[in-house]
Design a protein around this ligand. Structure first.
Ligand code: UD1
Length: 427
């Protein structure tokens, strides 16, 4: 396993290009299972989670060929409807194959994701929704076994108890091939759901209301080939905005859709970070004081939980105290003790972290056990004095395309080395 070595200090300057969105690409890849033939997906990011998804699809008999960021798939020879534990444990989003498999095949066997570093993350809403569509669900030796009724899934009205991105996506995909109309209430409104709806529509699916909390899907007997260009990654964009801000840099960002980041940009504006449009790109600049601004995570269009850790890194250097409240996941403060090792002053009480700004962070050896927490430590390292060693960057590779190259191109002193090489303490 590799680690990153970061010599903090330089203000980031230059241009960064945002990649395709991981969280849109994953359900869309599974969505291609809904057509027993070929599909084409463009603007796929080069990420470990995408590789894991491709392995899952390959296991099911899907043939794939990639050229640059374009993937051609042929799902006509599908010969398995199983998602094995070895792959699901690497990536919880594997559960998103359940809906498409059940709709296309009438049967699916998907390993339960198991415990996860950011809380229990159950899939009860996915399963309840599929049951409402007539599926019989049993749990067997760590696997979810789902069987559609004779004649296929039935359209249904599903009211989610909690707003769930994955649950909305799974049911939306299942409903495209169901008999009759499915109505999803209290649905998630994330841009990735809108992108999935577009991808499914390119196959002939009939979907209305995506981007609102009421989505209606008219089931079809058959879908055709998917042809889709994945939307830009708003979380990657938000992360580079935070990177520019924390280093007091001046960065031009290309390929992003910043209207998906209104909540972050609103908060940053109050904190004193300037983000403005320049033609098709965006410029992020920060020099004066950094003001503390409170944040509470919420489902979209609220402040994204996937940017909470990065925002906290930034607030560790604010002139005052900010309260950061996590409402989506119960255990998503794993970056706090690691940031404290770098000199941050943070107290957690329940779901709120009280961050008192310090003058300077200091390089240290740190490690985190989830994707966004890991990148928050990279951001802190960019601003800290001395050397920061971010260990176990497996998590970063799951969700950030070529992160060390993109940061180095902006002037950061960052390099990837094998984990067993000399540690920061002896540098
Ligand atoms: C997706 C994103 C993840 C993001 C999260 C919230 C992908 C691949 N991942 O994850 O990056 O942090 O949305 O924006 O798109 N819940 C239940 N029962 C369920 C499903 C969810 O109780 O059946 C709870 C979860 O435990 C969590 C909350 O609902 O507390 C939101 O989870 P959900 O929106 O489903 O997150 P994911 O789809 O797993």
């Amino acid at each position: 396993m590799d680690k990153l070595l970061i010599e903090g200090g330089p203000a980031l300057k230059g241009t960064v290009r945002i990649s395709g969105a991981k969280n849109a690409a994953l359900p869309i890849l599974f969505g291609a299972l809904l057509h027993a033939g070929s599909s084409e997906i463009r603007n796929l990011p080069d990420l470990e989670d995408i590789n894991t998804t491709r392995l899952l699809l390959k296991n099911m008999g899907v043939e794939m060929a990639s050229e640059g960021t374009t993937l051609s798939l042929d799902a006509s020879m599908m010969n398995s409807a199983k998602a094995p534990y070895e792959l699901v444990r690497r990536m919880r989003a594997s559960v998103l194959c359940l809906g498409p498999l059940l709709a296309r095949n009438g049967f699916a066997r998907v390993s339960l994701p198991g415990g996860c570093a950011i809380g229990a993350r159950p899939i009860d809403q996915h399963l309840r929704g599929l049951e409402a569509m007539g599926a019989e669900i049993t749990l067997d030796k760590g696997y979810v076994r789902a069987e559609a009724p004779e004649g296929g899934l039935q359209g249904a009205r599903v009211v989610f108890d909690v707003v769930t991105v994955g649950g909305t996506e799974n049911l939306m995909m299942a409903a495209t091939l169901a008999n009759g109309t499915t109505v999803l209430e209290n649905a998630a409104r994330e841009p990735e759901i809108v992108d999935l709806a577009r991808a499914l529509r390119s196959m002939g699916a009939e979907i209305r209301g995506e981007g609102t909390s009421l989505i209606t899907i008219e089931g079809k007997h058959r879908l055709g080939p998917m042809s889709h260009h994945v939307l830009p990654d708003r979380i990657e964009a938000g992360t580079y905005i935070a990177a520019a801000a924390i280093t007091r840099g001046d960065v031009l960002m290309e390929g992003a859709e910043l209207e998906h980041l209104d909540s972050l940009i609103g908060k940053l504006g109050r904190a004193g970070v300037e983000v403005r449009r320049e033609g098709d790109a965006f410029r992020i600049r920060h020099h004066g004081e950094l003001h503390p601004v409170d944040v509470e995570t919420q489902p979209y269009p609220g402040f994204p939980t996937d940017l909470q850790a990065q925002y906290m890194s930034l607030m560790t250097l604010a002139q005052g105290s900010a309260a950061i409240t996590e409402t989506i996941f119960e255990n998503r403060f794993m970056h706090v003790p690691e940031l404290a090792r770098m000199g941050a002053d943070i107290t957690v009480k329940g779901r709120t972290a009280f961050v008192r700004g310090v003058d300077q962070l200091h390089g240290a050896s740190v490690m985190a056990t989830d994707l966004r927490a890991s990148v928050a430590l990279v951001l802190a390292g960019l601003a800290a004095d001395g050397m920061t060693e971010v260990r176990r960057i497996y998590h970063l590779d799951r969700g950030y395309e070529h992160i060390e190259k993109k940061l180095a191109a902006l002037g950061a002193n960052v390099r990837r080395v094998p984990q067993d090489e000399v540690g920061v303490d002896s540098l």
